[in-house]
Design a protein around this ligand. Structure first.
Ligand SMILES: Cc1ncc(COP(=O)(O)O)c(C=O)c1O
Length: 456
C-alpha cells in the first residue's frame, strides 16, 4: 500500500519559527502613526500589545526560538499530518499529486491555536491578566479561548454578528473554555453603539469587531488586545505549518510545484507558504497562490495603500492591499475571509510577484468543498474551500496539459460547526456576490486623505 499520510514524531516538531522579514527582497514599509504620519515606534503599540510581542513584530531575525512552554502546549495536537489526496486525484482523473497539511486536527478545529498559544504565553509572562479580541467565523475566538484557558487568562471576544447568529456552537465552545463572547457591533463600546445608531441591522465586520476589542483593551486595566491574523508576529507563529510540511514533503521525496492557501488576513496561507517563498526567493521554481473571495477581493481588486486595520481608525496605518477600512463585505459564509485589508508582509510579496492572488465565487468554493468531502471524507471550513477550489482548478489544468504536477495546500480548518452554509448550498439557496465598480469607488474614498506608500 502507498502511504496515505506522513506523521512526524513529537521529537521532530520545529524548535524555531521562521521570520520571512530576514529574506524579503523588498522590506515591508513601516506602519505609520496616523496623527504624525511618522513610523510607529514600540511605545505607540505598548497600550495594545505586550513588549515581547512588539519585539517579535519588528524583528528581522531569521529564526526565533519557540519557548518550551509554548512547544509543550503545541504538542497537544502537533505535529499535524500531511495527507495525500488519492481519492480526489482519482475523481479528477488528474496526473497531479495533491497533498494537504491538515490543520483541522487542533482542539479548536483550525490553524488558529498556533498563534493563540504563543500570544497567550507572551501576555502571561508580561503580567497581563485579561485579553480582548475579535472573531469572524469563530475559529480565532475559539483558539484564543482555548489558549487563555491553558494559561489562566480572562478573555472577552467580540464576534461578528452575522457569524454569531450563523454559528451558535462556536459561541458555546468559547464559553466552555471560559471566555465571554458577545455579538459585534455590541452596545458595550462607543464604537459598537455608534455603528448601531447608524445601522441597527448592521451584520458586523472584522473591522468593527477589531475596533471594539481595541477600545475595550485600552480602556480596561491589566488588559491587552490580541489579533488572530494580519500582523507580522502572527505570520511568524504560523510558520510552524510550512516548516513541518517541508520536512514531510522531503520524507516523501517530493517538492511542490504549487503551494495554495486561502486568505482572510493571511495567517494560514503565510504559515504554510512562507518557508516555500523563501526557497523561491533563492531560486526555486514554485508557484505560490493566495485565494480570496470574489465578494471581498482585497488583493485582486484593491489598491496597495496605507490604511487602518479596523473600521474606527484606531490602529496604526498599515501598508497593504485594502478595500478601505469602512468596507463591510457581503455576508458570505466564509466569515474568516471577510476582511478589508491584508497582511503587510503578504502584500509586499504580492507586489514583488512572489505570490499570485486569485479570487473565487462562493458557489464554486462550496462545490469544491462538497467534492472534497465526498472524495477525501473531510468536511472543510468554508474558508478552506476557497483553497480547494484553486487546487481543483490546478489539478484539472494538469490533466488538460497532461503534466504531472505536485500541489500542496493548507487545510486550514474543518467545517463541522459551519454546516449552515452547506445547508444553504445543498438547498440551492446560496448566491454569489461581486463588487461593482461604484461600490469599490465608494469604499476606497476613505483612502484619499491618508498617506501613500512608495511604489517601485
Ligand atoms: C478555517 C479558517 N481558515 C482561514 C481563515 C482565514 O484567516 P487567515 O487568513 O488569517 O488564515 C480563517 C479565519 O477565521 C479560518 O477560520
Amino acid at each position: 500500500m502507498e502511504a496515505k499520510k506522513v506523521i512526524l514524531s513529537e521529537k521532530e516538531i520545529p524548535r524555531q519559527w521562521y521570520n520571512i522579514q530576514a529574506d524579503m527582497p523588498t522590506p515591508m514599509q513601516p506602519p505609520l502613526h496616523p496623527a504624525t504620519g511618522k513610523p510607529v515606534g514600540p511605545d505607540d503599540l505598548a497600550p495594545i500589545f505586550p513588549m515581547n510581542l512588539i519585539e517579535q513584530e519588528v524583528s528581522t531575525e531569521r529564526w526565533i526560538d519557540i519557548p518550551g512552554e509554548v512547544l509543550e502546549k503545541l504538542l497537544i495536537w502537533r505535529p499535524t499530518p500531511l495527507h495525500r489526496a488519492y481519492n480526489l486525484e482519482k475523481f479528477l482523473k488528474t496526473p497531479a499529486r495533491i497533498y494537504y497539511k491538515n490543520e483541522s486536527v487542533s482542539p479548536a478545529g483550525s490553524h488558529k491555536p498556533n498563534t493563540a498559544i504563543a500570544q497567550a504565553y507572551y501576555n502571561k509572562v508580561a503580567g497581563i491578566k485579561r485579553l480582548t479580541t475579535e472573531t469572524g467565523a469563530g475559529q480565532w475566538g475559539c483558539a484564543l479561548s482555548l489558549a487563555c484557558c491553558l494559561f489562566g487568562l480572562e478573555l472577552k471576544v467580540y464576534m461578528v454578528k452575522i457569524s454569531y447568529e450563523q454559528k451558535p456552537y462556536r459561541q458555546l465552545m468559547m464559553k466552555t473554555w471560559g471566555a465571554n463572547c458577545v455579538a459585534s457591533p455590541s452596545r458595550e463600546t462607543d464604537v459598537g453603539r455608534n455603528v448601531l445608531s447608524q445601522d441597527p441591522d448592521c451584520p458586523g465586520s472584522l473591522g468593527i469587531a477589531i475596533s471594539e476589542a481595541i477600545e475595550d483593551a485600552v480602556t480596561s486595566g491589566h488588559t491587552k488586545y490580541s489579533l488572530g491574523s494580519v500582523l507580522n508576529h502572527v505570520m511568524l507563529h504560523q510558520s510552524i505549518i510550512g516548516l513541518e510540511a517541508q520536512k514531510q514533503m522531503e520524507m516523501l521525496g517530493e517538492y511542490p510545484d504549487v503551494v495554495i492557501g486561502c486568505v482572510g488576513g493571511g495567517s494560514n496561507f503565510a504559515g504554510l507558504s512562507f518557508p516555500f517563498v523563501r526557497d523561491k526567493i533563492y531560486g526555486k521554481d514554485v508557484e505560490i497562490v493566495a485565494v480570496e473571495p470574489v465578494a471581498c477581493p482585497t488583493m485582486t481588486k484593491g489598491p496597495f495603500a496605507y490604511d487602518f486595520g479596523d473600521t474606527a481608525a484606531k490602529t496604526p496605518l498599515l501598508p497593504m492591499f485594502t478595500l478601505g477600512h469602512s468596507f463591510i463585505p457581503k455576508s458570505i459564509h466564509a466569515g474568516g475571509l471577510r476582511y478589508h485589508g491584508m497582511s503587510p508582509l503578504i502584500s509586499q510579496l504580492v507586489l514583488d510577484n512572489l505570490i499570485q492572488p486569485r479570487a473565487y465565487n462562493q458557489l464554486q468554493t462550496y462545490g469544491a468543498g462538497i467534492t472534497f468531502a465526498r472524495t477525501e471524507s473531510l468536511i472543510c471550513a468554508p474558508e478552506t474551500n476557497h483553497a480547494i477550489a484553486a487546487v481543483i482548478e490546478e489539478a484539472e489544468k494538469a490533466r488538460e496539459e497532461g503534466r504531472s504536477k505536485v500541489i500542496l495546500f493548507n487545510l486550514s480548518g474543518h467545517g463541522l460547526l459551519d454546516l449552515t452554509g452547506y445547508d444553504a448550498y445543498l438547498k440551492g439557496e446560496l448566491s454569489d456576490y461581486s463588487l461593482s465598480e461604484e461600490e469599490m469607488k465608494e469604499s476606497l474614498k476613505v483612502l484619499d486623505s491618508l498617506p501613500q506608500p512608495m511604489l517601485k
